[in-house]
Design a protein around this ligand. Structure first.
Ligand code: ATP
Ligand code: MG
Ligand code: MG
Ligand code: MG
Length: 481
């Protein structure tokens, strides 16, 4: 089943069961506390926290998402993209736990001929809040799941809230057992997906309680909400990799052709199991994320969203260099991703010339940075080697700082390139120079505040904006997240 078909099947399932279909919101979060849309529920936060009435009691969507907190996972786990699509269904005061579980089970295990996904129900495991007897009963008595496949967890592990007094409630997370070839059976019911055997596919959040003040998950559940809500999120790419019988989400029809193109460009074969595989997966992921981000109007810059985009593009270019490519090649990769994403997002095709200008311009600029910085770095490296004599050569923190400050050379690049010559970097000194620079900027901002405009406020907003993800609602929905 193609990813675009899995997506359509989702929408059809929920539409024929009374849901209004909402188009995906922009990746630029409609909620001002967030840089990016990190989950399907983000556009519906006002209906969930009750500050606005929901226009429809039942809504379903397939939402474009960006999660920067997963950037280091990309290519290394089977299941984390910086860009991905979250399928969701929502009920605002309409159906609750039993309805949500029924709808999920029907779609997951319904036969493919009848519009379902055809997953084997015997391989499904569900994590629940240990006090949620209601869901336990529906799952075991009505649905017929073996109680051994139900993992009951304390509040710290399986409970959603927004980080402040307001709605809160337990989650039910569906995990699929990929089979014994991927690891041991969940001993004592631990499906924490550290390994590759159990894959979390769908999180059902039951907004059930009004919570009071407290730290972390330590707060009173004051009472049941008058209007309860259902908020669910299922990873489209995760379901696709299972249904397409692939090893990970980077090998699905909507992503893999970029890896295939990278093989052609580099002459390296994918599937050898080493770092080159990781690099190719990173390239495929980051090219797609950049395409979608620029499509939604983000432009590279040194702060906020633009910085995230810049980092993604630079990581893609660096990964290509590590695969032996020196020249600009994104013009050979970006159109591949465009052709794949256009089935679900035709606007990407219509706007491609503009998107391409932004992406190719950034690649060229970074290649120039690399070219000028590399000469400086090479000189500093030779100097360090000469100075070290018999000892271990160390590149000074001031030199690493100058590379960063003047040539825009990221520290991890300096570290990596120095290491290729057997040279260490005085990272502690580099960090303290960075801290000094930050302190100076802050002092400047305070000084300016004495003038007309309150720059300090903007500085603090900027600082917040470059924080990974401010909104706690989803990424910490399960402490295991
Ligand atoms: P994980 O524990 O695997 O990191 P999560 O608990 O952080 O996932 P949720 O916040 O519960 O994920 O999001 C709902 C669903 O969205 C997940 O069950 C998963 O199917 C999907 N999902 C979450 N993060 C990603 C990602 N980075 N890439 C692809 N799919 C994702
Ligand atoms: Mg989860
Ligand atoms: Mg999780
Ligand atoms: Mg996570």
């Amino acid at each position: 089943m193609r990813t675009a078909d899995i997506r359509q099947r989702w929408l059809d399932h929920f539409e024929s069961r009374g849901h209004h279909i909402a188009p995906s919101a922009s990746l630029i979060s409609p909620d001002p506390s967030l840089l990016f849309t990190v989950a399907g529920m983000v556009p519906f936060i006002p209906y969930i926290i009750g500050t606005e009435p929901a226009p429809h009691p039942r809504i379903a969507s397939v939402q474009k998402c960006i999660r920067t907190n997963d950037i280091e996972n990309v290519g290394r786990t089977t299941r984390h993209g910086t860009f991905f699509q979250m399928n969701g269904n929502f009920s605002f005061g309409d159906y609750f736990k039993e309805g949500a579980i029924d709808l999920a089970w029907e779609l997951l295990t319904g036969s493919q001929d009848a519009g379902g996904y055809g997953f084997d129900g015997d391989r499904m495991w569900v994590t629940l809040w240990d006090e949620d007897t209601e869901s336990f009963d529906v799952l075991t008595r009505k649905i017929g799941i073996d109680p051994k496949h139900i993992v009951r967890l304390p509040r710290e592990e399986n409970f959603w809230d927004t980080g402040q007094p307001g709605p809160a409630g337990p989650c039910a997370e569906f995990h699929y057992d990929r089979g014994p070839q991927y690891g041991p059976e969940a001993v004592g019911g631990d499906v924490d997906p550290g390994g590759d055997r159990y894959l979390e596919i769908w999180n059902l959040v039951f907004d059930q309680f009004l919570r009071g003040e407290g730290q972390g998950k330590d707060y009173p559940l004051v009472r049941e909400l008058d209007q309860k809500a259902i908020d669910t999120g299922a990873g489209l790419e995760r379901m696709a990799f299972l249904l397409q019988d692939k090893q990970n989400m980077y090998e699905i029809d909507e992503v893999f052709p970029v890896i295939a193109a990278t093989q052609e460009l580099t002459g390296k074969a994918y599937g050898q199991g080493g770092e080159d595989d990781v690099r190719m997966r990173v390239i495929a992921d980051h090219v797609r994320s950049s395409l979608m981000l620029v499509g939604d109007g983000v432009r590279p810059s040194n702060e906020g969203r633009g910085y995230v985009l810049r980092r993604l593009l630079r990581r893609a270019v660096r990964s290509l260099r590590l695969l032996g490519v020196q020249e600009a090649v994104l013009p050979q990769l970006l159109p591949v991703s465009r052709d794949l994403m256009m089935a679900s997002y035709p606007e990407i095709g219509a706007d491609f010339d503009r998107i391409a200008d932004v992406v190719y311009g950034e690649e060229d600029a970074f290649l120039r940075t690399l070219a000028s910085g590399t000469t400086i770095l090479d000189t500093a490296v030779s100097k360090a080697v000469r100075a070290a004599g018999e000892g271990t050569p160390v590149l000074g923190g001031d030199e690493a700082f100058a590379l960063h400050d003047t040539y825009g050379f990221p520290i991890d690049l300096t570290l990596e390139m120095a290491a290729e010559h057997g040279v260490q970097v005085d990272e502690a000194a580099f960090r303290s120079l960075m801290a000094e620079q930050k302190a100076r900027a802050r002092a400047d901002a305070v000084a300016k505040k004495a003038g007309h405009t309150d720059v300090a406020v903007w500085e603090s907003i900027k600082a917040d904006m470059s924080a990974p993800v401010a909104f706690l609602g989803y990424t910490e929905a399960s402490a295991r997240g």
